[in-house]
Design a protein around this ligand. Structure first.
Ligand code: PHE
Length: 451
């Protein structure tokens, strides 16, 4: 029996809410550090190519599956074909793995907001400030719990009120502020070398690792291959134009990621010299670079605080969407009531998140495949599970259900302009590339390929 679901009240509501899920730490924190690490311009180019091919096809597919079935991932795949219900289960594992470490980074953002609110721009601009913070046992844990409780609080309010309202105000403000900081950074001495590094592809840096990193980032940033867009689609009204909604979400998400890179990478050149060590900082890049930018500005504490508030909201809307998805999964699967589900999942996130947070300090001897616990969780979800889910989805839609089931859904309200293109990608191009990438990523993790 189908339970009644609340709907987004308008197309704009859907687009903004889905963009609220898509735009988050993936764009602001993860994209710039990957682009910095994997060759700048070449990473950007590969990312853009993947976005207009894979990203587009997968997002259309997921939103259409959700809208057609009006169910979240597990129920949706099962409703389409009983034998393939397992795809929904694998997809649902992804948000479960991401949400604890996402909240840890959300906690870092909250901490930095606190730092700037209390006039700490100078202290935070020191090179070892960030490492000093994440290696402490207690403090990062407290900020993690603060962020998690904020997220859980909003989820308890409900889809419409919580997500829709928040994203309408926050997203445009974030865009404006990011542009402002970017322009300031571009005028700093040395920044132009960074612009060149970021915009000019160096083809000698093109490798399997770059493609894999860009692909994982694409899924992560657009909240794909994890059932999230299926859930969003399940709330979308049939009168809304699916193809153009998806395009708008993708463009918005990509523009924010692009700008975040343009804000951070030239700043790495201007403030940290732009050598390989400065560019290869990984997860700490944003937290090391931006405080230096703010510290160099007049009113740096105020601007830093406003910036981290916006980032905090962007992170919150994404975390809300993650938590919301997990709650909706256990609701559809086991009928667990929403509030109760939120409380249970929040407690579980605390349990799993604590060791990940401690993994930078007292638990740093636990290093699966030579990675920190946070990087390991990130690797399992982005480089292993998401390509698997994406591959299974393509095979299922391309050969079992046939693309027509998706194109019909898209065409319920207007023309599907990229219909032919869509079918070719979903049936052939995407599955072949995904398998190649997956095999590569596993071999690399096992140390069988050295890059
Ligand atoms: N897409 C979001 C971002 O870019 C993160 C996210 C990942 C949200 C997974 C939901 C699920 O930050």
């Amino acid at each position: 029996m189908e339970k009644k679901r609340s709907n987004f009240s308008s197309k704009l509501g859907f687009v903004l809410a889905a963009a609220g899920s898509a735009v988050g730490l993936g764009n602001l924190w993860r994209f710039p550090y990957l682009a910095a690490k994997y060759g700048g311009g070449i990473f950007l180019l590969v990312y853009l190519v993947l976005a207009i091919t894979f990203g587009f096809a997968l997002m259309i597919t997921e939103v259409a599956i959700g809208r057609k079935t009006r169910l979240s991932a597990i129920g949706a795949f099962k409703k389409l074909d009983k034998k393939f219900g397992f795809i929904g289960i694998v997809a649902s594992l992804v948000p479960v793995i991401i949400v604890p470490y996402y909240c840890i980074i959300g906690g870092w953002v909250t901490k930095y907001l606190g730092v700037f609110l209390t006039g700490g721009a100078k202290a935070a601009s020191a090179d070892d400030y960030f490492t000093g913070f994440i290696t402490k046992p207690g403090e990062p844990l407290i900020w993690f719990v603060v962020f998690l409780l904020l997220t859980a609080g909003v989820v308890l309010v409900g889809v419409q009120k919580g997500i829709e309202k928040a994203s309408k105000i926050i997203m445009p403000c974030l865009l404006v502020l990011t542009i402002g900081i970017t322009v300031y950074g571009l005028f700093q001495p040395g920044a132009m070398d960074g612009v060149l590094y970021y915009l000019k592809p160096d083809f000698s840096r093109l490798s399997g690792t770059t493609v894999l990193a860009a692909m994982g980032q694409l899924f992560y940033s657009m909240s794909l291959a994890m059932g999230i867009m299926i859930t969003y689609g399940s709330y979308m009204q049939t009168e809304d134009h699916l193809e153009s909604s998806v395009r708008q979400i993708e463009i918005f998400d990509t523009v924010i990621a692009f700008l975040a890179g343009l804000m951070i990478i030239p700043a790495v050149f201007a403030f940290s010299g732009g050598d390989a060590a400065a560019l290869g900082k990984g997860p700490s890049l944003m937290f090391v670079t931006l405080p230096k930018v703010f510290d160099s500005m007049a009113f740096g504490n105020v601007i830093g605080a406003v910036f981290f508030i916006m980032v905090l909201f962007a992170a919150l809307t994404s975390a809300i969407s993650l938590l919301e998805t997990v709650v909706s999964i256990i609701h559809d699967k086991w009928g667990i009531e929403r509030r109760k589900g939120t409380v249970i999942i929040t407690l579980l996130i605390m349990l799993v998140g604590a060791p990940i947070s401690l993994g930078f300090g007292v638990l740093d001897f636990i290093a699966p495949l030579g990675m920190s616990l946070l990087d390991f969780f990130d690797f399992i979800s982005n480089s292993i599970l998401m390509p698997i889910v994406a591959f299974l989805t393509c095979i299922f839609v391309g050969f079992v259900m046939k693309p027509k089931i998706i194109t019909d859904e898209v065409e319920k309200n207007g023309k599907f302009k990229a219909k032919g293109y869509y079918s070719v990608i979903i049936k052939f191009i995407a599955p072949v590339c995904l398998i190649a990438i997956l095999v590569f990523s596993i071999l690399e993790a096992l140390g069988m390929i050295v890059v």
